[in-house]
Design a protein around this ligand. Structure first.
Ligand SMILES: C[S@@+](CC[C@H](N)C(=O)[O-])C[C@H]1O[C@@H](n2cnc3c(N)ncnc32)[C@H](O)[C@@H]1O
Length: 229
């Protein structure tokens, strides 16, 4: 495992929070992880040799399930919290490439991945457009994005979001379906779909899927969108 990108000096509230939670994370959140992982997996389809990036991969539960289902895919995970990555490193095969880093500054080359996934991570992002621009940069043209996160359209999640904004420094913001759709639209995505659902009486979730637009240069030199709708 390579640890690159921003330093893990645990000064950032997100890193502090997940350094503290890392040892108990999988057990304490097992129901939630299983439910969100299943919903996210349904939106992922990989061919042999396809490249997938899991941003905010945490302890690697989703990557482990993807590795089992698609042993011929090329998998990578990124997360800022070293303690979470240490657990992921133990559970995943050494074919899975894991890096320390942030969604807002991804440590990967342009147009590397066929699909990017984020599960239960988006509500921590301070600058969502910066992160989405980074995601679009590392996605190949027409590459897919799958985001699963809390959905602020459900009253109980809205209240929890407000509570966390006041009492939890790591938390930033929970989005509703329209806001999520708008962010993806502004990031030059097409084929945007946002599905809302509940996994129990408390957690209201959404899974968004979208594709990165493809552009080609016309003879005159103008960039023309060919796949956006
Ligand atoms: C709730 S855990 C989710 C872990 C895993 N995706 C899952 O579904 O079990 C959130 C993870 O997102 C990571 N994270 C928070 N902010 C991030 C950011 N800006 N960029 C990348 N990862 C981030 C945290 O370090 C943490 O490991």
């Amino acid at each position: 495992m390579k640890h690159t990108g921003l330093k893990n000096n645990n000064k950032n509230p997100v890193q502090k929070e997940y350094a503290r939670l890392s040892q108990e994370y999988d057990d304490k959140w097992s129901f939630y992880i299983k439910a969100t992982l299943q919903k996210t997996l349904k939106k992922i389809e990989l061919n042999s040799g396809d490249r997938l990036l899991d941003i905010g991969c945490g302890t690697g539960a989703l990557l482990e399930a993807i590795e089992k289902r698609y042993p011929d895919a090329i998998l990578a995970g990124v997360d800022p919290t070293r303690e979470m990555l240490d657990i992921a490193g133990k559970r995943l095969s050494n074919k899975v490439h894991i890096e320390q880093g942030w969604a807002e500054k991804l440590p990967f080359e342009d147009e590397t991945f066929d699909i990017v996934v984020c599960c239960s991570m988006f509500h921590y992002i301070r600058e969502p457009m910066v992160a989405l621009n980074e995601i679009m940069r590392v996605l190949k043209p027409a590459g897919r994005l799958v985001i699963t996160d809390w959905c602020g359209d459900y009253m109980i999640c809205k209240i929890y979001d407000l509570f966390l904004r006041v009492f939890n420094k790591a938390h930033f913001k929970t989005y509703g379906k329209r806001a999520c759709h708008k962010l993806l639209f502004l990031s030059e995505c097409y084929d945007i779909k946002v599905e809302r659902y509940k996994i129990n009486w408390f957690w209201g979730m959404m899974t968004a899927t979208a594709r990165k637009k493809v552009f080609y240069l016309e003879k005159m030199g103008d960039a023309v969108e060919i796949s956006g709708k």
